[in-house]
Design a protein around this ligand. Structure first.
Ligand SMILES: [Zn+2]
Length: 111
């Protein structure tokens, strides 16, 4: 089978993407953005966009999602420590981002 190729969102990192075959479901993934571990808490954060290919009959199957994961300990791929992940649709991720920016500004200007 040939001719039709998968269209990837501009943010999709092809090396992480599993949406490579129109005949099967898959997931577009962005590169992973990393907030290095805080030396005081050793907590690191990663953020990645993801979007599954739409599946007929599953209304939310093609929703763009934000994966925000907190990594206690060093951000090392071989680290098997626990992680805490929030999977957020775009509007919730944006709302959380605004809350963090507002809180961050308050800590700079509010003291
Ligand atoms: Zn893709």
């Amino acid at each position: 089978m040939s001719g039709v190729s998968v269209e990837h969102p501009s943010w999709c990192d092809r090396s992480l993407c599993t949406a490579t075959d129109l005949r099967r479901s898959g997931f577009h993934r962005s590169r992973v953005a990393i907030l290095d571990p805080d030396p005081r808490t050793d907590l690191g954060v990663t953020v990645q966009l993801g979007q599954g290919t739409p599946i007929p009959g599953y209304r939310d199957s093609g929703t763009l999602l934000v994966d925000l994961t907190v990594h206690p300990g060093v951000l090392d791929p071989t680290d098997s420590g626990e992680e805490y992940t929030l999977i957020l649709p775009a509007d919730r991720a944006s709302a959380l981002g605004h809350l963090l920016v507002a809180a961050g500004r308050e800590t700079v200007t509010g003291w």
